[in-house]
Design a protein around this ligand. Structure first.
Ligand code: T5A
Ligand code: NA
Length: 210
């Protein structure tokens, strides 16, 4: 029989946080830093709007379509499930994934609408568990100051406060909370160090779990 050469696996690293906490900016910076170190790294994001389900989500988010709260919740989850197999093969073949939002967004946003917390968590069970969740912590009021809240600012602020509460209820041992109010460069530096640590642990045999 042929002997398989085992490849050090990649890490599943998620960025989470309220709207405007800086996730997309930091994902891009972290990916280019890690690639510059010669590592195999890809930037992913959820929702992944490139699939058929992703297009339904995208049209819902831009108010072009209306969907029942439970239906959109399940579509967000299905959008992660349809990427699960590819995610697993990337990770096992040694590619690290830096992912902008994951199940935590799925649960926190839907629960903030009033859906039952446990009901929201159920369809996420069996997805690959992150090795690291980088939570960019920012008070909802501070996030609102970053702009984009428009005329419905108050309503959105109230909603973001609820999202924050649900995020806190979801914290687990994979989380590292980083102060998202610091200047961009400071956040960037902290994320680099925590991510490098995580990547080493995974390369050294930390198992991949569901
Ligand atoms: N959703 C998502 C669900 O309901 N269920 C789900 O399962 C999933 C996956 C779309 C929506 O879908 C919901 C959550 C969302 O409401 P999205 O497309 O990821 O999700 O959201 P976006 O609108 O693209 O991104 P955000 O608004 O969340 O912003 P980011 O990515 O957190 O922040 P970023 O990097 O774009 O920065 C925002 C602004 O702040 C500045 C930036 O320059 C930018 O102007 N900024 C800083 N300013 C000062 N100091 C810093 N440290 C700064 N960092 C960034
Ligand atoms: Na974003």
């Amino acid at each position: 029989t042929e002997s398989k050469t085992s490849v050090a696996r990649g890490s599943l690293i998620i960025l989470e946080g309220l709207d405007r906490s800086g996730k997309s900016s930091q994902c891009a910076k972290l990916v280019s830093y890690l690639q510059g170190k010669g590592l195999s790294v890809e930037a992913w994001r959820f929702p992944d709007r490139t699939t058929v389900i992703g297009q339904m989500i995208s049209s819902y988010l831009s108010n072009e379509s209306h969907l029942d709260d439970k239906v959109i919740h399940l579509l967000f989850s299905a959008n992660r499930w349809e990427k699960r197999a590819l995610m697993e093969s990337k990770l096992t073949s040694g590619t690290t994934l830096i992912v902008d939002r994951y199940s935590y967004s799925g649960v926190a946003f839907s629960a903030a609408k009033g859906l039952d917390f446990q009901w929201c968590k159920a369809p996420e069970e069996g997805l690959i568990a992150p090795d690291l969740v980088l939570y960019l912590d920012i008070p909802p009021e501070k996030a609102a100051e970053r702009g984009g809240y428009g005329t419905e600012r108050y309503e959105k602020l109230e909603f973001q406060k609820k999202v924050a509460e649900h995020y806190y209820a979801l914290r687990d041992s994979s989380w590292e909370v980083v102060d998202g109010c610091l200047k961009m460069e400071s956040v960037e530096e902290q994320l680099r160090e925590i991510a490098m640590n995580c990547i080493s642990k995974c390369q050294n045999g930390k198992p991949l779990v569901n």
